[in-house]
Structures are given as structure tokens and as C-alpha cells.
Ligand binder design. Sequence first.
Ligand code: ZN
Length: 138
Amino acid sequence: MKSFKKELWFNIPTRRGFVHITHDIQDLISESGIQEGLCLVNAMHITASVFINDNESGLHQDYEKWLEKLAPEKPYSQYAHNGYEDNADAHLKRTIMGREVVVAITEGRLDLGPWEAIFYGEFDGKRDKRVLLKIIGE
Ligand code: ZN
């Protein structure tokens, strides 16, 4: 069995944002040379997510509205976590949107459903953050 590890770095200029990373992940799978296996992609930070859903801008606006209803950024004072920080909402949003995805690799390609796309979700941006990619297979 082979294994392959890489990191992707992000610095989102706004507090929140979504980045489509399907093609970056596929490029790394191609670089790995692995034809059959599993690919794990996870955010290495507790205020960011990796998730799979539709690559459709309306849906991304809906996420922003929905997440702000569930865990509004402000007022900062509403959260116990915000004694020394202001990012309690970002931790909660990350929990809902998830830490990682695992996708099958078949014949050297991401084996995704027809409308599935992989995204990095940032909830406390304006700093360097990374995503881990780990592939195991043959
Ligand atoms: Zn925090």
C-alpha cells in the first residue's frame, strides 16, 4: 500500500468564505499516482471546515444566512468563549459544517457523485490556515 500526504494553504481576506478545492485535490491525487484507494481531506484548524456539496453560488449565500441564524457572529459578548477571543461563532459554524471528507479514488479520479464538489469553509479568516490531504491506496 502506498501513502501520500500534502498540505494546502489558505489565507482568506474576509472573516468567512468558501473555496472550491475539487480540482486542487484531483491534481494532488494525480501527483500521488494512486489509482485505487481513499482520500482524506481535513481542515487543520478548529474554525474552518472541509465539506462536500453543490458548487452553486445561491447555496453558498444560503449557508451564510443559515449559519448566521444558528450562530450569529455578533454580539461577541453573547458567547462564554469570547473572553479573550471573538471567534466563538466560528467554532460553532465549523462544528456544523464538519471537519473532513473522505472520498473514494477509482481509476486515479475522485469518485464523486454528479453534483458533488469539495469546499474549504473559512469562518475566522485573515490568517494562514492549512488543509491536510492524505491518500492511501495502490
Ligand atoms: Zn476561539
